[in-house]
Design a protein around this ligand. Sequence first.
Ligand code: CP3
Length: 377
Amino acid sequence: MRLQAQVRKWYCRPRSPVVDTRERCQLDTSRKSLLKALDREILPTPPVWMMRQAGRYLPEYMKTRARAGSFLNLCYTPELAAEVTLQPIRRFGFDAAILFADILLLPHALGCELDFPEGRGPQLSVVRNSEDLGRLASAGDIHRKLEPIYRTVRILRDALPGDVALIGFAGAPWTVATYMIAGRGTPGQEPAHAMLRENRPLFDQLMELLTDATIRYLEQQARAGAEVLKIFDSWSGSLAGGDGLFDRYCTRIHERIVKALSSSCPDVPVIGFPRGAGRHYRDYAARTGVPGLALDTDVDVDWAAKHLQTEACVQGNLDPRLMVTGGRKLVSETRRIVGAFSNGPHIFNLGHGITPDGDPDNVLRMLETVRETRMCR
Ligand code: CP3
């Protein structure tokens, strides 16, 4: 009975109606704009933030990272992690801040070794067999190891300007598993696909363990003060063939995470990022019920306005390369995206993270362009 009631609660959670506030066309500061958009309000100007907005393209980030000594020290030193989270807010005035951390801190807390050697990308100890998995399963209290991250969240909630929302995040189980199985980033995520083919029970156990840990990690971020939670499935595109893998290891797993969170933290909306989902985006949105749907650069905005924006507040999807090249194309593409999504809830963002060669002047240009296009009725 209790379980039935619980299930009903998850499935019956009402979706807010779309509210169009454009006729007011004045600054309503009663609530953070990011939260309004995720609650399906159509705003005169979409809120803006940027994936990887804290990072190597900013000289102030490089300075703080040098002070920390290493990327991992930076992640685990709350005062410094909070400082780099705030840097892009101070410089650009984004509408949201994303907690500075990394998706690989969760496997680290589960007992994987992790290192970010200069210029080589992440290196981890690998999960190959049930003994490796057994060690992770008996890792003990992950929250003790992740406590510095929660402390960063608490510092940020006090330090952020009143109109800036704080986003917490985790990697999706598939994307995190691709690093744990290979011990590094891999083109096509081949080692993870090999385990899927050759040892499905072991792979499924790893996904179970990660799904459970991800839920607990995100819940704890919300308790510490994260106002929005984002799930990064950066490599879900390699599941997107026609063989049911996308549904099983991306959509259904995200669905479980979203449902668990909507029960334990009902006031904290989730943004799902099934990068490279392609034709699966529609089913993903419908099935998971995510309030926010992050779109990668390949998604056609007119198609998305018609088929996805009806399901969720869409987020995206400017090509991050334009942050390097800039020019008239940056302005025209920004306007095109804002225009295409102007009749539904939208958060402006890139289709993936800004790269270290991104130019801060182009970021400013993008922001000015988004904010000058006020869609008053
Ligand atoms: O500003 C923000 O977006 C918040 C911080 C953040 C980082 N990583 C900091 C970081 C977030 C949200 C992430 C997520 C992340 N980490 C993802 C998913 C998003 C995506 O970009 O697809 C993935 C796949 C990772 C794993 C990871 N971390 C890789 C592959 C690398 C090396 C790549 C690189 O750029 O060198 C990292 C390191 C990392 N995480 C950096 C930053 C700022 C660069 C570290 C440095 O040299 O300073």
